[in-house]
Design a binder for this molecule. Structure first.
Ligand code: HEC
Length: 218
């Protein structure tokens, strides 16, 4: 009980110091003031009735940090130096949030249980990719990827993006996956963001763990 109270006090002190983070324009008077406002639960909506104040948020899945840039026009892209100021303030506030949670033991980096979940979710995705890679369902002629690429051989995911003569353009891994689906497998291209494409990419990449990235390599 006592320990909890101490942690709460620590967290309160942390968030208090956070309030002092405020970046303001030095000489250029047309620049807005960018300041840290505080934190809210990610589930809560941002207040909408703050006239002339544009809010920005970054959520860690539980808590969001909120900063304000006074005088910038909502809905319009900001000029680069102002956008950089907003981005840097947002990043600092987010990193401070993570640090304060860590110090208050509210967010141990990854508990063994979390790690298990991460691993099993990832393995599920890779397993789905493995199944697709070894099944003729992506095509129409009974051929599957593994027949030419056993265990993902010669897929070279670490060399992407790179120019591919077959496609006459700088290609991503998914472009070559689709090229093989359409050609040797005589199937229909997968949507770039489909679960199947994501799973195939995950599986192919998993076969090359530890290989240095060498994009553009031929
Ligand atoms: C009939 C054999 C064959 C089958 C089946 C096949 N491929 Fe390929 N794959 C090739 C050939 C040939 C290339 C082209 C290599 C080159 O010229 O870069 C290639 C290239 C690739 C590449 C790029 C490799 C690199 O070095 O850049 C990927 C990724 C790939 N295939 C994935 C797949 C996937 C996923 C499937 C199943 C949907 C599949 N392939 C099915 C023959 C095949």
């Amino acid at each position: 009980m006592k320990r909890n109270r101490l942690l709460l006090l620590m967290a309160a002190a942390m968030s208090f110091t956070l309030v002092l983070h405020s970046v303001s324009a030095d000489t250029d008077v047309t620049r807005p003031e960018v300041r840290y406002l505080g934190t809210m639960s990610c589930k809560e909506a941002l207040p909408s009735n703050l006239e002339g104040v544009r809010l920005f948020k970054l959520c860690d899945g539980e808590t969001k940090v909120i900063i304000a840039a006074d005088g910038t026009e909502p809905g319009r892209p900001m000029a680069r130096p102002i956008a950089q100021m907003v981005a840097s303030t947002l990043l600092t506030a987010y990193q401070d949030l993570k640090t304060s949670k860590l110090l208050a033991h509210k967010d141990v980096p990854h508990t063994p249980r979390e790690k298990e979940t991460f691993e099993s979710e990832l393995n599920k995705m890779i397993q789905n990719g493995y199944t697709l890679f070894h099944s003729p369902e992506l095509g129409t002629n009974g051929i599957s990827c593994d027949m030419c690429h056993p265990d993902g051989a010669n897929t070279h995911p670490e060399t992407y993006p790179k120019f591919q003569t077959q496609l006459k353009k700088a290609a991503l891994l998914r472009d070559m996956i689709n090229w093989c689906i359409e050609n040797p497998l005589e199937g229909t291209k997968l949507d770039d963001n489909s679960e199947k494409m994501r799973a195939l990419e995950a599986y192919i990449l998993s076969t090359r763990k530890g290989t240095p990235l060498e994009f553009g390599k031929h």
